[in-house]
Design a protein around this ligand. Sequence first.
Ligand code: HPA
Length: 233
Amino acid sequence: MWETGYADLPGFPRVSVPGHAGRLVLGRLAGHDVCVLSGRFHLYEGHSPGDVSAGVRLLHELGGRILLVTNAAGSLRRRWAPGTLLLVRDQLNLQWTSPLVGRPPAEIHDMFPDMSEPYDPELRRLLREAAAAAGVPLAEGVYAAVLGPSYETPAEVRFLRRAGADAVGMSTVPEVLAARERGLRVAAVSCLTNHAAGLSTEPLSHAEVVAAGARAAPRLEALVRGFLRALPS
Ligand code: HPA
C-alpha cells in the first residue's frame, strides 16, 4: 500500500471541507488494484468544474478503468430513512455546468459523449448482488446534483421530486461526466444521510450528515468489498 496527501500531488487543489481527508491511497483490495481518493472537491468551494474532476483525470492516467463514486445525499423519499444506501441509476445535472465545457482540444476524448447509460448496468447488477449477499438493504434511484453550499428549501425539494429525483447532493455529476467522456465505467452509491428539507421537521446540519455517513460506513465497506470480490479482473 502507498499513501500520500493531496498536497503532494502537483496541480491538485486543496480540500477545505471537514470530513474530507485529502488522501490518495494505492493498493490491492479483494483481488484488484485500487486507487482510493479520500476527499473530493466541490463547485461550491469555488473550484472550477475542471478542478473538481482532477481526481478522475488522475485515475484515468494511472490506468483506472472503473470509477466507483460514493457520496452523501439528502433523501427525497420519506420511506428511505437516514443511513439508507442508494445505488444511483441516473443523474440530473442541476449545476448547469460541466467539466467538459471549454476543454483544450488536446484533452478532448469524445466531443459529444453519449450519456444514455451514465451508470454501468453490469456494475449496478454486481452491486445489487453484493448488497443482497451481505444483507445490506440497497435503494435505487436518480441523483440530482445542485450547486450548494446551502441545503435546499422545501420548495426546491418539491421541485426536485417532481423532476424525478430520488436523492439530492452537491457532487458526483462533474466527476461522472469527466469519467464517461474518458470511457471509464461508472457506478455510484449514495449514503442518504438525512431527509431533504421539508420532509423532516429537523433543520439540516453538516455534523448530522457526517455522523450519519460514519454510521453507514461498515455497510458501505461490506458492499464495496463484496462488489470487488464479484468483479472480474
Ligand atoms: N442536500 C444536498 N446535499 C446533501 C444533503 C442534502 O440534503 N445531504 C447530504 N448532502
